[in-house]
Write a protein that binds this ligand. Structure first.
Ligand SMILES: [Zn+2]
Length: 331
């Protein structure tokens, strides 16, 4: 069930969103405004997944939609032009299927519109704030991408994001507005489901969600790297030497980390003289079956013995020379 469907029944009441990072994952929780502990819905992803996947979307069409939504809602607020407000809500609902950020935005905007419709003179300040990202989404995306590259990317910025950020702050003008700047956001500490006390962000604002993601990386000194297999960024929540991601892969593909392990294994085998000697002989004898020189049974009997010898040699009970001699002798 989509998040929207799940929450739809609650939308007339006040649903709020909070999110936090815990260990190697991130959690979004939707709860009732008047009862913090009543959670309506919960979504969990690998650490930084929501931000990284948002940056990877082809934004050609959704940014055009955002621009129209903003015009419809801000220039012609709901109570003034119902038709435009309805169109905007439909568009938002469509967008909300493509990413969790849009789902959150959709839910929050919808509630603001309901309030605006019900209470005459209701301030649209909160709605305008929610739509702040729509003012210049391309600019925000490029600032954030640059921040990741210049501060968090271990291969470009080094191992310590905090130190790196200090250097950048020292070298960019305080009032320079062409770089990413952190803004005050609503964070509290909370005991979460995992039993830990962590900083929790209370917001439905896309800019603040992204801000919180970056500052969490800096605070926890978590670096990112481009995966050697898929080329996407991944957060190094474990070893900093990790080269393959374990992010959700495209449908039908293996997780890169598993692929990486397989690659490493193959590489190791290719450079391993014991395995090479064994493999060469294996192939040679396998061809003998086709040539009618030996029976399949004889081959499999030999290969079973050869595997045993291979193991012994790997353990060091047999030297490479002895193993090679054995492989030749049994011809
Ligand atoms: Zn990958």
């Amino acid at each position: 069930m989509s998040l929207f469907d799940e929450l739809y029944g609650y939308l007339s009441t006040d649903t709020l969103c909070r999110m936090y990072y815990c260990g190697d994952h991130e959690v979004f929780e939707f709860y009732k405004e008047y009862d913090e502990n009543s959670i309506i819905s919960r979504r969990e992803y690998p650490f930084l997944e929501s931000l990284l996947s948002f940056l990877e979307i082809d934004h050609t069409s959704d940014f055009l939609q955002l621009d129209q939504i903003k015009r419809d809602l801000v220039l012609y607020p709901g109570y003034q032009d119902r038709k435009r407000a309805e169109t905007a809500q439909r568009e938002l609902r469509g967008l909300s299927k493509t990413h969790i950020y849009y789902q959150i935005m959709n839910i929050a905007c919808r509630q603001e519109l309901i309030k605006a419709e019900h209470y005459h003179g209701y301030s649209l300040y909160a709605l305008n704030r929610l739509l702040r990202f729509c003012n210049n989404p391309n600019m925000y995306i490029s600032y954030i991408t640059e921040f990741i590259e210049n501060v968090l990317n271990i291969d470009h910025a080094g191992r310590y994001p905090k130190r790196r950020m200090k250097q950048l702050y020292e070298h960019t003008m305080e009032d320079s507005d062409d770089v990413f700047r952190f803004q005050p956001i609503s964070i509290s500490y909370k005991m979460v489901k995992e039993g830990e006390i962590v900083p929790v962000l209370y917001s439905s604002n896309i800019l603040e969600l992204m801000d919180f993601a970056l500052r969490t990386c800096v605070e926890r000194e978590i670096t990112v790297r481009r995966c050697k297999n898929c080329g996407r960024y991944f957060a190094q929540t474990g070893r900093v030497s990790a080269e393959y991601c374990s992010r959700p892969p495209a449908e039908g593909q293996a997780v890169c980390r598993e692929f990486g392990a397989f690659q490493q294994w193959t590489l190791k085998q290719e450079n391993d003289p014991i395995y090479k000697a064994y493999r060469r002989e294996y192939k040679r004898r396998f061809a003998w079956i086709k040539a009618g020189r030996i029976t399949a049974e004889a081959f499999y009997a030999w290969s079973k013995q050869a595997q045993e010898k291979h193991k012994e040699c790997e353990k060091g009970h047999l030297s490479l020379e002895e193993f090679q001699a054995w492989l030749k002798k049994e011809g």
